[in-house]
Ligand binder design. Structure first.
Ligand SMILES: CC(C)(COP(=O)(O)OP(=O)(O)OC[C@H]1O[C@@H](n2cnc3c(N)ncnc32)[C@H](O)[C@@H]1OP(=O)(O)O)[C@@H](O)C(=O)NCCC(=O)NCCS
Length: 194
């Protein structure tokens, strides 16, 4: 029997006070492309976008769709989130027990909707899904150190800085930039009541 993809184990859509989170479909390509091509967004995201067709090809890839969530506010797409379940590291004898126990998270918010706490609200829900629904033990996130909006978001939702890495990440400008990584354990999350 084939195991269900992690996001298929959640009952969608998930509603928060002001937002609706749901899994992405190929029809969401254009709406997300609209804000991902904006310079202030494109500067930081992993894959720079040029044409809608190129973007659509990458967006529609099953491995990409399987970890992408859409954030809606009043039925309008205002952002997207990534929830990528990963293996933890473990010594050979116990490596099986470390499979699929953690998730790497990501986020993009349409700048028209920034500064109102929507990203915090969506990411808090994402973390809750990781711990309560998927029963993961750890979530992680990383960004360029200069991307202050992103690491401040990590801190707002209770994530803990684990590393500051010097000149380890190549930006498409050609420069090697510093990066930061953050994490949160389920035990920290439940005891902090995040
Ligand atoms: C990272 C990103 C999602 C953060 O967005 P954001 O708008 O700063 O975050 P929020 O939506 O949580 O809003 C927080 C701000 O709203 C304010 N706010 C207003 N109402 C709020 C509420 N009800 N709850 C929480 N914050 C609220 C906060 O005080 C904060 O303001 P501040 O930045 O002046 O301190 C956004 O900058 C982005 O998409 N960047 C480009 C893509 C990117 O870099 N992605 C990550 C790649 S690693």
């Amino acid at each position: 029997m084939v195991a269900a993809a992690p996001l298929d184990r959640i009952d969608w859509p998930v509603r928060t006070e002001r937002l609706t989170l749901r899994t992405a479909t190929p029809d969401d390509a254009e709406a997300t492309w609209q804000f991902r091509t904006l310079e202030s967004v494109n500067l930081w995201i992993t894959r720079g976008t040029s044409t809608l067709e190129e973007y659509r090809t990458a967006f529609d890839d099953p491995s990409s769709l399987a970890k992408t969530l859409i954030v809606e506010r009043e039925r309008q797409v205002i952002g997207d989130l990534m929830l990528a379940v990963e293996d933890g590291w473990g010594q050979a004898e116990v490596a099986d027990q470390a499979r699929g126990v953690q998730a790497d998270l990501g986020w993009v918010l349409n700048p028209d909707h920034a500064g109102r706490g929507y990203a915090s609200e969506g990411v808090r829900a994402l973390i809750r899904l990781c711990f309560e629904e998927l029963r993961l033990r750890r979530v992680t996130a990383s960004c360029f150190a200069d991307n202050e909006s992103s690491w401040r978001l990590m801190e707002r939702v209770g994530m803990r800085r684990e590393s500051y890495n010097v000149a380890d990440s190549l930006h498409r400008s050609g420069r090697w930039l510093d990066s930061v990584t953050y994490a949160l354990l389920s035990t920290e999350w439940s005891s902090a009541g995040c």
